[in-house]
Design a protein around this ligand. Structure first.
Ligand SMILES: *Cc1c(COP(=O)(O)O)cnc(C)c1O
Length: 400
């Protein structure tokens, strides 16, 4: 059998629009008619396959995009949502009742961290944050109430690698659901193939790749996705973070070039990180031998897509980091902006931006230093030229 390749799964999908178009038609409707009242009842009950009821539940465009993302992740199905947080929060609320417990990596996206730390306790859901790279710490945190093990494949912003196969063994042993946010590593890593139960993406980042919208997806079993969408008890259906059809059609068109973009992001980031490491800078990039998770990541990835486009540089102080980012922006190297996966390089200081939800002492404990700059390396055509200009900026500011 051929090895699973996520981009081939997306490539093999074929759609026919209403008039034979090569793109599926966009359904510009919030509600749908029924020729018989009986079919409407059956649809409400979830027993009328192929019938649409109301677009908060499903729309043809969202189902097409969901199918494509499920194919990419190797799951039975998927549910797209209006943002990454709109995928993460209903998924966790669907899996946990009041009194339940979550074990989460301590280095996760700031919004997810804030949700688990500040918001879910209001509903009696408690979270223990652990160093996800230490299996003994993970296992020691499990209680009789634990339902979910939550992590990011490549963590934000420290780029730690989660050993998904080992975590899945722990999850199976204790009957937990392993939920993996794969936003930083689409195509490169296929978490379900390594044993994860549910995979989440913020489509806002690499998958859409154009910084023109937010979006999200939860990929999982048909049983779980149906439960999310249940009209009486589904967190996605009842909280309502639905993506608009026009937007999901647009995201789907961008998904088709993801494989080409990921290869370019990865090779550019590899080039820069190797060169800056040789120059003596403190670089963190999972593709470098010096990265503590490098060997593990190498075993996990679909190698042709590389180690991704995320890299961090530590320039020691926040002041230097800010100066450097402003200078790089003025030299047209990219934007001082949060988010990732754009054609231009994006940079920000995570301590003061995307991870500012994490208290300062906890940031220190996890190795998030003030002078850290997080880069999402762009699709630059000539990365050697980019490197030279970046280096000039660093020399000018005495960072190099
Ligand atoms: C951006 C991001 C999210 C949140 O996604 P939104 O689309 O901004 O809601 C979740 N996880 C990770 C890893 C992210 O980078």
């Amino acid at each position: 059998m051929m090895k699973f390749n996520p981009a081939d799964e997306v490539q093999d999908l074929q759609y026919f629009g209403e008039f034979g178009g090569v793109n599926p038609s966009i359904s510009d409707s919030s509600t749908y008619t029924f020729l018989s009242a009986k079919t409407m009842f059956d649809t409400f009950e979830g027993n009328a396959e192929g019938c649409y009821l109301y677009s908060r539940h499903s729309s043809p465009s969202n189902l097409y995009l969901g199918q494509a993302l499920a194919a990419m992740e190797g799951t039975e199905t998927a549910n797209v949502s209006a943002s990454g947080m709109g995928a993460i929060t209903p998924t966790l609320l669907q899996l946990c009742d009041s009194g339940d417990h979550v074990i989460s990596s301590r280095t996760i996206y700031g919004g997810t961290y804030a949700f688990l730390k500040n918001f879910t306790p209001r509903f009696g859901i408690k979270t223990t944050f652990v160093d996800i790279t230490k299996m003994d710490k993970v296992e020691a945190a499990i209680t009789a109430q634990t339902k979910v093990l939550y992590c990011e494949t490549v963590s934000n912003p420290l780029l730690e690698i989660a050993d998904i196969a080992s975590l899945s063994l722990i999850a199976k042993k204790h009957n937990l659901k392993l939920v993996v946010d794969n936003t930083f590593s689409p195509l490169s890593v296929s978490p379900v193939k390594l044993g994860a139960d549910i995979v989440i993406h913020s489509l806002t980042k690499y998958i859409n790749g154009n910084s023109d919208t937010v979006g999200g997806v939860t990929c999982g079993s048909r049983e779980f996705i149906d439960s999310l969408k249940n009209v009486n008890s589904g967190a996605s259906m009842l909280l309502g973070p639905t993506m608009d059809s026009l937007r999901s059609a647009s995201v789907m068109k961008n998904l088709r070039t993801l494989h080409i973009r990921m290869k370019q992001h990865s090779s550019n980031a590899m080039y820069l990180s190797k060169h800056f490491e040789n120059d003596g800078l403190k670089v963190v990039y999972p593709g470098l031998e010096s990265h503590s998770g490098h060997q593990l990541y190498k075993r996990m990835i679909n190698p042709e897509y590389g180690f991704g486009g995320m890299m961090t540089l530590d320039v020691r102080t926040l002041e230097k980091a800010n100066e450097l980012m402003e200078l790089m922006q003025s030299r047209k190297l990219g934007y001082l902006a949060v988010s990732l996966g754009f054609y231009k390089t994006l940079f920000s200081a995570p301590g003061t931006s995307t991870s500012s939800e994490i208290p300062l002492d906890e940031q220190k404990a996890m190795g998030l230093s003030d002078g850290l700059i997080r880069f999402s390396i762009g699709l630059d055509n000539n990365i050697e030229r980019t490197y030279q200009i970046m280096k000039e900026c660093m020399i000018e500011l005495g960072v190099l």
